[in-house]
Design a protein around this ligand. Structure first.
Ligand SMILES: Nc1ncnc2c1ncn2[C@@H]1O[C@H](COP(=O)(O)OP(=O)(O)OP(=O)(O)O)[C@@H](O)[C@H]1O
Length: 373
């Protein structure tokens, strides 16, 4: 799991974005969901959904398929009515029961997963479309400026079908930022790009979003993407915010086991608290504040919490499986007294192979303890 922010130097595969620092600046808007209830078809999708963003913040919405991410975005955009609660932009009510301010009156920019470009309009016309209120000359100027920032100004007279997938993504981005909205809503903007292109496009898009200074809500189902992009990450579960916080908070202090599991595989050891510690075959783990006899799950991520201790100390275990990919070994280790195998990751080592006896140790600082449900 990458914890550091993404390197933002353009990758070779996508060097023709425009110059950094030339994106138009917006007046960032604050978005607030207050106990929003929302039905879509026969599904009750949002249940008392509440969160707020500070102006200029990038919030990533993360969650399983069907958890309601796109519904939140559509409701924020005014494309989806709500059944109760309120949605406010800059403290003004935009949605409530029976009230839906239309999308074009909300000061928002939208970018969809499939980019939703107009095939019959030229690239320039696609961007000008959202700038009609400016008058012809100013709209053209602003559209060309946005196209230049994404490196497409020389393609202004071409049509979307003449662009590659990565270029279409840039056009969609230019179209959403050109009106200088205070709030940008992006629904899985990288999911249709191939993996090779995705990293460089993500880095450039992040640079553009930062330059706009707009508030951004970005939907993704990729935890790493959310952590790279988000000033804050919100994990959605069954239409409710399970946890919201910085990447560091949500990864290192997950509220419950399900939140922890979302970000990486977890090795789980059920045990009982005695004298403020949870006992495991690897030693005691701090469980201060829990009563004697409390049943807990000691949870360990494969990197950081558990490792092969080459000093010969540690708890004996045996490698039972190994997967080697991209310079990283994923190992399953059987340890006496634990029903499940312990999973750990480390740089590839050809000497580590199934059947090998090793010693396993834990780094108590990175071990998580949850109440057993
Ligand atoms: N047009 C619709 N009619 C009926 N139910 C719908 C409709 N659109 C969405 N839903 C339901 O609403 C729920 C939430 O959908 P939503 O698209 O918000 O989830 P999501 O988290 O964005 O999912 P994904 O990651 O798959 O895009 C799902 O259970 C879905 O089946």
């Amino acid at each position: 799991m990458t914890q550091s922010k993404l390197e933002t130097r353009p990758a070779k595969s996508d060097v023709n974005w425009g110059p950094r620092g030339t994106t138009g600046i917006s007046f960032a808007a604050a978005l607030e969901f207050q106990d929003v209830e929302c039905n879509v078809g026969n599904s009750h999708v949002l249940h008392k959904t509440s969160f707020e963003t500070a102006p200029g913040e990038i919030l990533c919405l993360l969650g399983e398929s069907g958890s309601g991410k796109s519904t939140i975005l559509r409701a924020a955009a005014g494309l989806q009515e709500i059944d109760d609660g309120r949605i406010l932009i800059n403290k003004r009510v935009m949605s409530a029961k029976g009230v839906t301010v239309p999308p074009d009156k909300r000061g928002i920019g939208l970018m969809f997963q499939d980019f939703a470009l107009f095939p019959h309009l030229s690239i320039l016309q696609n961007v000008e479309y959202g700038l009609k209120s400016l008058g012809r000359e100013e709209a053209r100027k602003q559209a060309l400026h946005a196209l230049k920032r994404v490196g497409l100004d020389r393609r202004a007279d071409d049509y979307p079908s003449q662009l590659s997938g990565g270029q279409q993504q840039r056009l969609a981005l230019a179209r959403s930022i050109a009106p200088k909205p205070g709030l940008l809503l992006l629904d899985e903007p990288f999911s249709s790009l191939d993996a090779r292109l995705r990293e460089s496009v993500r880095a450039e898009t992040l640079a553009v979003l930062r330059e706009t200074q707009a508030t951004c809500i970005l939907v993704t189902h990729d935890p790493e993407e959310a952590m790279i992009f988000g000033d804050k990450v919100a994990l959605l579960r069954d239409g409710q915010i399970a946890q919201i916080g910085t990447s560091d908070e949500i990864y290192n202090q997950p509220k419950d086991l399900d939140v922890a599991r979302f970000f990486s595989p977890i090795s789980e050891i059920p045990t009982i608290v005695h004298n403020g510690v949870a006992t495991t075959p690897f030693g005691n783990v701090d469980a201060a504040g829990r009563a004697d006899g409390t049943r807990v799950i000691v949870a360990m991520r494969p990197i950081g919490a558990v490792y092969i201790d080459t000093s010969g100390k540690g708890t004996p275990g045996r490698i039972v499986a190994k997967r080697d990919a991209l310079g990283v070994d994923t190992l399953e280790v059987a340890v006496a007294g634990i029903d499940n195998t312990i999973r750990l990751r480390q740089p590839t080592n050809v000497n580590i192979r199934p059947g090998l006896d090793v010693n396993i140790a834990i780094n108590p600082e990175h071990v998580l303890v949850f109440d057993a449900i």
